[in-house]
Design a protein around this ligand. Structure first.
Ligand code: SAM
Length: 277
């Protein structure tokens, strides 16, 4: 790794406690280079000087490193399988045990599109079956700006393109300008957003969730940025955070590392939904 890059990553760790050393170095370099160009620095040593003299620049680096693109019902098939197969199974097993709570974690939740999507699917399913259960949906990220946006729950048209019209009408209100949609309060209040670094050394699960024990964990489009060592740290905590019959949902380009393949069993060979072993 180039020394200027190492310096910036060390600086991020010292100043803010973020460890980006396990992120793909070419991705990190490419994204920091965007900042260099935006500021108009000559080269990386010029940029280093700028960072040392302008501590606010750290926020801009964090912004470019945390890629927070998401949308509602990303990977439509995953959400169809959840609605038709996985969630009905979880609900049936719970009711048999007289357990009326469902615990979900969206790890790397960006602006909340993913946890709100699962809250919508669950609410719709429970309404249809005329069932009442307590939904505890925890959603975490290291990008504070995204978390602020998630709480406001206001989205452009591009975020809602995968939503069925029936669900859009039931769970969103359109703003006066017609250009944005807001999630209804009944769904917003089901999701608890908090800051949590997936590499946090102190807490193996978000402290707000107290003990983990999740029925369903989403960790999608986050692992792709990490090297194998860091992915394994994350798979270990994902495994521990799930209850005995829990499900893990990964992004479409993600899979457990070789070491963790025996910890998770693929539920359908055409999707990235896994069951804890
Ligand atoms: C591409 S988004 C994925 C959003 C959503 N899960 C999806 O699949 O649509 C990746 C998210 O992971 C977050 N992230 C990156 N590194 C993280 C870390 N170490 N701990 C927690 N979140 C992280 C980013 O801030 C970003 O919001």
């Amino acid at each position: 790794m180039d020394s200027w890059l190492k310096y910036i990553l060390d600086y991020l760790l010292e100043e803010r406690g973020f460890d980006f050393s396990g992120y793909n170095p070419s991705m990190v370099e490419r994204r920091i280079a965007q900042r260099l160009t935006a500021i108009g620095c000559k080269d990386f040593s010029d940029y280093l000087l700028y960072v040392k003299e302008n501590s606010d620049e750290i926020d801009n680096i964090l912004d470019v490193l945390t890629i927070n693109v998401s949308r509602f019902f990303r990977n439509t098939l995953t959400f169809e399988l959840l609605a038709e197969r996985i969630l009905p199974t979880i609900i049936m097993e719970k009711l048999e045990r007289n357990d009326k709570s469902i615990r979900v974690w969206s790890a790397g939740c960006a602006m909340g599109e993913e946890p709100y999507s699962v809250a919508i699917v669950l609410d719709d399913l429970l309404c249809r079956e005329e069932l009442t259960m307590d939904l505890h949906i925890f959603a975490t990220d290291i990008d504070s700006k995204s978390l602020d946006g998630a709480v406001k729950a206001l989205y452009p048209i591009s975020s809602i393109e995968n939503i069925k019209y029936r669900l859009l009408r039931k769970y969103f209100t359109q703003t006066q300008s017609g250009q944005s949609f807001q999630v209804v309060p009944e769904i917003r209040e089901k999701v608890l957003f908090s800051f949590y670094d997936m590499l946090d050394k102190k807490h193996k699960v978000p402290p707000e969730s107290i003990f983990g024990n999740f029925d369903l964990v989403f960790c999608r489009n986050l692992l792709i940025y990490f090297n194998t060592e860091y992915q394994e740290t994350i798979f270990e905590r994902l495994h521990q955070s799930l209850n005995q019959n829990g499900y893990l949902i990964l992004g479409s380009a993600e899979a457990p590392t070789i070491k963790y393949q025996r910890h998770f069993k693929k539920v359908f060979d055409f999707s990235t939904i896994y069951k804890k072993r």
